[in-house]
Design a protein around this ligand. Sequence first.
Ligand SMILES: [Zn+2]
Length: 310
Amino acid sequence: MEKIRVIYILGPGKNGSTLLERILGSLSMFFPIGEIPNLWKEGYEDDILCTCGEKFSSCKFWTKVSKDAFPNIPYSKLGGLDRTANKVHKVFYSPFLIYPKLASNKYNERLRRYKEVLLKLYRAMSENAKGNVLVDSSKNPMHCLILSQIPEIELYIIDLLRDSRAVAFSWQRKSIRPDIYWEKRYMLTPDIITTSRRWLQSRLGAKLIKNRCKAYRLLKYEDFIKNPKAEIIETLTAFGFNIEQKYISFLNGKSVSFGKFHSISGNPMRFIKKEIEIKEDKEWRTQMSLGAKIITTLLTYPLLKRHKYI
Ligand SMILES: [Zn+2]
């Protein structure tokens, strides 16, 4: 059976992953699926809007995927898989993923069952995406580690790195979630300690994962925004995907518009239909408070320095 090819965008969130996902999704051989760890709760339980505009339960893509992947589980029970995911997903469990001998039999058994669930899901997504490469913008390093342990999945990782201070500032912005259509709900605005911790976790995750996948590439958000076309071609070529220039001609200008996708959960930007201007978001440099800037810099200093942000 053919391998399931997945491009995984890794990072702490607010790192430009939605833009990258949408640009990749505009190329005919890629199929964005969104943030899979949120699928169980937000898709099956809350019934949020798919990026195509339909409710998750009415979207043709996800309805078919659900039937193909889980023919013997009633639809109403699929949200329950969120609890299974939470029991293996927490960062606390990361040593158990790397060294299974340290884990209890109970944990290893839960993990084995969850991997079976994920394999069925990714197989069904891949088949319904007509064999195109899935673009998974989950970002979560634990989910990525679990996928890397499923032999049938061929994982190509884009480690999308952005200045920790820009990430922390961006998480502070108040924005409405358009996929939650039944009430006005804002995206979470975690404090700078939490965002710095997540940023560090994603760096650690990248270190653990980079040798456990088919291919890995570090891509700096700032370089990607400056020259998206060149960076995407370079990344995909390094992964061994042949992208003809003509298919990426839509990226010639400084703005880009996108097609209709079926990705689930993520940044509200995925619902924007009009053309999007591609430019670096530098607001943090002038608008972030000095205290927040200093704390974030101190918390993430060694890695900011290593990656030449300071
Ligand atoms: Zn859809």
